[in-house]
Design a binder for this molecule. Structure first.
Ligand code: ATP
Length: 263
C-alpha cells in the first residue's frame, strides 16, 4: 500500500504530434516503437533501458514522459520519490523496493522518476544517509533489472544530480532540453493552435516565433490561452495580433525569471 502511494498509474494518450520540436528525441523513440514486442526479442534486440531528460522548466520533459507511454502503448507509472521517504529506520529503502517490484509486476511499462534532483540533490538537505541508500537501491535495480521497465528520469539541473546516476550503462541516452529554437517555437505554437482552432494555418506562426525568442513551450501555450481569454471577453475570435500581444506581455517576464534563476 505504501508503495502504491508513491506510484501513480496512467494510460497516457499523448503522441509525437503533441510535441513541437525535440526532433532527435522523437526520432530516437520512433526507432524503438516496436521494441517491447515479441518480434524485437526474436530479432535479438534487448528491451531499451531508459532515458534521462534534463533541462529547464517548461521545455516538455513531463510531456515527453507521457508521450512515451502513449506512443508505445504502455502504462505510465510516475514514481514520486518524495513519497517514498518515511521516518522509521529502513522504511524508505523498503518502500522504494516495493514500488520497483510493483513496476516489474506491471511490465512492460514506463516508469517515470520525476524531479530527481529534489530527492537526491548533491549536498542537499534532509537525511542524506537515507537518501543515499534510496538512491543506491534505485541505481542497483536499474543496473540489474531483467523485466522490461523503461525508466524515464527527468531533472532540471544536471549539476545537482548525483554523478553515478548518469554513468554509462544506466540509461541508453541522456537528452538535454534547451530553450526552443525559432523553428521549434513555430512548431510548438502550431501544436497549441491546432488543438484549439480548426484552421491553425491562418495564424502567422513564423512572425510569432520570431517575437518569442527566449520563451519555452509552457510559456508559448500560456500566451495562446491568454490571447484566447482576452478575445473571448470581447466576443470575437483570436488573431495573430492578439497572439503577438500576449507574447509581448510574456517575453520580458520569462527573460527576467530565467536570469534571476541563473544568477
Ligand atoms: P518542469 O521541469 O517544470 O516539470 P517540463 O519540462 O516537464 O517542466 P512540461 O510539464 O512538459 O515541462 O511542459 C508544460 C506544458 O507546456 C506541457 O504540458 C505542454 O502543454 C507545454 N509544452 C512544453 N514544451 C512543449 C513542446 N515542446 N511542445 C508542445 N508543448 C509543450
Amino acid at each position: 500500500i505504501a508503495a502504491s502511494r508513491a506510484l501513480e498509474f496512467t494510460a497516457p494518450e499523448e503522441t509525437p504530434d503533441d510535441i513541437g520540436g525535440l526532433e532527435a528525441l522523437k526520432r530516437w523513440l520512433t526507432l524503438r516503437e516496436r521494441a517491447f514486442g515479441d518480434e524485437a526479442a526474436a530479432y535479438g534486440l534487448p528491451a531499451p533501458k531508459g532515458l534521462a531528460l534534463i533541462g529547464i522548466p517548461g521545455t516538455g520533459k513531463s510531456l515527453t514522459a507521457k508521450m512515451i507511454g502513449g506512443m508505445w502503448q504502455l502504462p505510465l507509472l510516475r514514481l514520486d520519490v518524495g513519497a517514498v521517504f518515511g521516518s522509521l529506520v529502513g522504511e524508505s529503502e523498503e518502500r522504494i523496493r516495493q514500488a520497483l517490484t510493483l513496476a516489474e509486476t506491471v511490465a512492460p511499462c514506463v516508469l517515470w522518476v520525476d524531479e530527481l534532483e529534489k530527492s537526491f540533490a548533491v549536498g542537499g538537505g534532509g537525511d542524506s544517509g537515507t537518501s543515499q541508500r534510496v538512491l543506491g537501491t534505485l541505481l542497483t535495480w536499474m543496473q540489474e533489472k531483467t523485466k522490461p521497465v523503461f525508466v524515464v528520469a527527468t531533472a532540471n539541473d544536471v549539476a545537482a544530480l548525483p554523478p553515478e546516476m548518469l554513468r554509462r550503462g544506466r540509461f541508453d541516452e541522456v537528452f538535454f532540453l534547451d530553450l526552443p529554437t525559432e523553428t521549434e517555437r513555430r512548431e510548438i505554437l502550431h501544436v497549441h493552435l491546432r488543438k484549439r482552432r480548426r484552421d491553425p494555418g491562418r495564424f502567422d506562426t513564423a512572425q510569432l516565433a520570431r517575437l518569442s525568442d527566449g520563451c519555452v513551450g509552457a510559456e508559448l501555450e500560456q500566451a495562446v490561452v491568454d490571447a484566447m481569454y482576452r478575445a473571448f471577453a470581447e466576443d470575437r475570435d483570436i488573431t495573430t495580433g492578439d497572439l503577438a500581444e500576449a507574447i509581448g506581455r510574456l517575453v520580458p517576464l520569462s527573460r527576467s525569471q530565467r536570469e534571476s534563476i541563473e544568477n
